[in-house]
Every structure is written in C-alpha cells, then in structure tokens.
Design a protein. Structure first.
Length: 96
C-alpha cells in the first residue's frame, strides 16, 4: 500500500516539514484509510429496491414552455406598484 518513501515524496512536493514520528503516523493512518476504502469497494450493492429509495433526492422537472399566457399577470403587477407610467412600473433612476 503506502510506504514511508511515498510520504517523504509528498512532504517534499508540498513543502511540509514533518518529523519522523509524524511521517510514521501518517503511513499508519493512510494505510488504514486505504484498507477501509478497499473494503467498501468490494461490497456488492446490487439493485436498490423501491423501499430503499425512500428519502432519495430526485429532480422534478417540467417541460420547457410558457407556463402562463404572456402578459396574463402584467395588469395586476403594474397596478400593485407604488408608481406607474402606462403599462410600466416607474422606478427611481439609479444610473446616470
């Protein structure tokens, strides 16, 4: 798996100074992490049943298109604005 020379090379590349005891600890920790990952990879998951899918996230999408007829809410929106000019909402000038 991972050896001391690998940790030495990684420390050199990342310009991290480490003591010998720290390097030995990292070799041990990374070894156990990699062993755990290999165990996870060996687990056969198979097909997930419908009961197992409860709580899984699923995108709910609608078809592209006009959800509302164009201009169907314009009158209501313009009327609810504090200032209006014709069919437009009048706002304070912010750009000069």
């Amino acid at each position: 798996m991972i050896e001391r020379k690998d940790i030495d090379k990684l420390a050199e590349l990342s310009r991290v100074e480490m003591s010998d005891s720290e390097k030995d600890g990292i070799v041990k920790d990374l070894g156990s992490i990699l062993n755990y990952i290999s165990e996870i990879q060996q687990v056969a998951t198979g097909e997930i049943s419908e009961e197992g899918r409860i709580g899984m996230v699923k995108n709910v999408m609608r078809e592209d298109g006009n959800a509302y007829a164009e201009g169907s809410h314009t009158k209501e929106i313009v009327e609810s604005a504090p200032k209006k000019e014709g069919n437009y909402i009048k706002v304070k000038k912010i750009l000069s």
